[in-house]
Design a protein around this ligand. Structure first.
Ligand SMILES: *Cc1c(COP(=O)(O)O)cnc(C)c1O
Length: 383
């Protein structure tokens, strides 16, 4: 079976992890801070806070922005459930903004309309979480402009997008957001096995996220609510979690980062082959806008018609032919858990149409020319 995505692990990665195993620190050592500062520098942001997953990073990002039970957080329905769950963890309520069908990204027009209505009904969101689906940035410049007008904070869920550029700058620089999140799950661009990071240019948010990542405990006397008892002393000043990344994960991440540029270049080259092969077919590839250099976490095509049965038949046939096609994503509001919260089919019609047409084809650096040729031939025949 050709998977839709997979990690690429080198001997250097194995050596980096093995070295940590025989070092003094398996956790809370020097590799995690080095990984954080390397990521921040690479992306042009000031602070990096690593966590044991992007989901944890999204949670502490919401906490740092003071999301609580009085608040509303908006994201897109076409994302992994974690982009919405992070707000529910804080007791907040979640709502969604519909997408543009040609990019699969949060629609700025839909966002603007929803904000106008929310202003009238006094239900404006505290935080909006745009998701850089497949590896290309949302229209962050416009979303930032709306945030200034309507007063919300922004978390970029860039789980798909490390190594991508927006307006010629690396995604993660937080020019148009408060916090940016990357995931290091093995299907993503570079991996720590499990892991995530939150990047920010705001020292106060960075400090809060560090605190929430590790039990709400500080050893820094200046941050303590009461006087220190002595050199052994630590103090819990908030309710945090154990969301720490291990030294093994950070060492793997650091080693993987040395290949980031090459991985993304290869993904782009493979995407171009798909683009060309489908350009005169009935399939529509998602559009990449001119201000983006996509990290191409995913290669997504849309079938010509919104026909659930046909969609299922094509994906089933691909899997029967050893091609593990997938769908990114099932609209979050249609998950049974979210339906129980009051969402229903028809709430976000563009996302629902997208879902009935979208197919993710295999894309990862080690995908061979032969394999890609077979995938192209197979899907075109199936149409
Ligand atoms: C993978 C992913 C996450 C969660 O990442 P983990 O590191 O697995 O917690 C969140 N949001 C999006 C869009 C993702 O693709």
């Amino acid at each position: 079976m050709i998977p839709y995505g997979k990690q690429q692990i080198s001997q250097a990665d194995i050596d980096a992890v093995t070295e940590v195993l025989t070092s003094d620190y398996l956790t809370q050592g020097p590799k995690v801070p080095l990984f954080e500062s390397t990521l921040a520098k690479l992306c042009g942001s000031q602070f990096g806070i690593a966590a044991n997953s992007a989901t944890s990073a999204l949670h502490i990002a919401c906490l740092a922005l003071n999301v609580d039970s009085k608040d509303i957080v908006w994201t897109t329905p076409i994302t992994f459930v974690a982009s919405a769950n992070c707000a529910l963890y804080c007791g907040a309520s979640v709502d969604f903004v519909d997408i543009d069908i040609d990019t699969g990204l949060m629609s700025v027009q839909a966002l603007q309309q929803k904000l106008e209505q929310a202003k009238k009904s006094n239900t404006l969101p505290l935080v909006v979480i745009p998701v850089h689906l497949a590896g290309q940035s949302c229209d962050m410049k416009s979303i930032k402009a709306l945030s200034l007008e309507y007063g919300f904070s922004i978390i970029e869920d860039a789980s798909h997008a490390i190594g991508g550029h927006y307006q010629n700058l690396p995604i993660g620089n937080c020019q148009y957001s408060d916090i940016t999140i990357f995931s290091f799950h093995p299907v993503k661009i570079v991996t720590c096995a499990e892991g995530g990071v939150a990047l920010t240019n705001n020292a106060d948010l960075a400090k809060k996220m560090q605190l929430y990542r590790s039990h709400g405990i500080t050893s820094n006397a200046q941050d303590m609510d009461e006087e220190s008892h002595g050199p052994w002393y630590y103090q819990q000043i908030a309710l945090g979690f154990n969301y720490r990344m291990t030294e093994l994960q950070a060492a793997l991440g650091l080693s993987q980062l040395t290949c980031l540029e090459a991985f993304v270049a290869k993904r782009n080259a493979l995407a171009q082959v798909y683009d060309q092969a489908f350009s005169s077919s009935a399939l529509t590839s998602l559009t990449t806008t001119t201000d983006n250099y996509s990290a191409y976490h995913l290669y997504i095509v849309l079938l010509p018609d919104s026909d659930k049965e046909k969609h299922k038949a094509v994906i089933t046939a691909l899997r029967n032919r050893e091609i593990f096609a997938h769908v990114h994503y099932i609209p979050v509001h249609l998950q049974p858990f979210y339906k129980k919260l009051g969402f229903a089919a028809g709430d976000f019609p563009v996302a629902e149409e997208y879902y009935s047409r979208a197919i993710s084809l295999p894309l990862y650096p080690e995908l061979t020319e032969d394999e890609q040729g077979y995938i192209i031939k197979t899907i075109l025949e199936l149409l």
